[in-house]
Design a protein around this ligand. Sequence first.
Ligand code: ASP
Length: 390
Amino acid sequence: MYITGRDGMAVVKLDSGYNIGVPPESCSLMNRPVPVPSEQHEVLQDKNLPTLAIVSTGGTIASRIDYRTGSVTSQFNASDILTAIPELAEIANYHTIPLATILSENMTPAIWQDLARAIYTAIKNGAKGVIVTHGTDTMAYSAAVISFMIDTPVPIVFVGSQRSADRPSSDNAMNAVCAAAAATGDLGEVVVVMHATTNDDTCAIHRGTRVRKMHSSRRDAFRSLGVTPVGEVEYPSRKVTLKEDAVRRGTRTLALHDKLDPHCALVQFYPGMTPDLLKAYEGYHGLVIAGTGLGHTSTILIPPLKHLIEKGTLVIMTTQCMNGRVCDRVYDTGRDLLDAGVIEGGDMLPEVALTKLMWVLANERDKLKAAALMQDDLKGENMRRSAHGL
Ligand code: ASP
């Protein structure tokens, strides 16, 4: 039991694993044994197993309840995760790289650069796959940006959990084990591995440029958008099944492109949005708009967008719709946006377009070439054709 600093309530852990807050005066201390930390497991090196790198960045997968405040905080690094989940030692040997202990809402382009360099170095030093433990809130952004920053011959697997390790319904162990299985599999791309259903039986393997967190709390929160997942890992058998279009191990040659231009932004258009809001983006190098339907804003926003473009901002149009692609040649509004110099973003997810724009503008100074790169499909982010039925 702990008294929280915030509201003075006593936090009591129930036998079910859940925590309740009660007024401290209603508690009498019983003679309960002081909890001892769970048994520590050495991860033995087995030379018959491949070596993976685990880069830890924080998030719920590395968290537990802080009884001082009553909230979940990120406290573990990669070595702690290995110790806490002994099943991981049956799959591989691990090289642990503690990069950060942040909740992923605090992720920044500068940390993405450190992350890309750490992953690149681990692969260069012989890792047969890399696991990145990460908070779920912004994991899709990070998976997308790393997809652009690294050409990888081996799997780079992002994994997190929706519930911390000290909760009975925690998804951390199964997600981590499935991530390790995927990281030893025949993959050669950046993916996200998370619970596929509410049961503890399958994790989905999502392409890093096509995935989004679709639920704030469910364990099966992650979904591929515009495509089906590239594979799955069954649990507890750890059997990895990949679809035909999964990029295979060894297809790409290792390369790091670690520059990013953080002077880029993402805005969601909404009815009634006023032109003066766009003034805030003057001087930005790139701007992604999540427009309506086929890729629209109100006509009143077109002159200020044209002004931004003439001043040198590259403006990319994406859609708020979950599926489908931008086509600004159907309605007048779209044609006027194109005339103003807005670039169609195909079927890129808005958040993926933002990370791509940061990467493209850091690597290509010529605006026309940068616009062409934004319309290219580099890592499955902007498909020529949308998958049938999606
Ligand atoms: N806010 C947390 C984070 O993204 C949530 C989580 O990890 O699931 O770091």
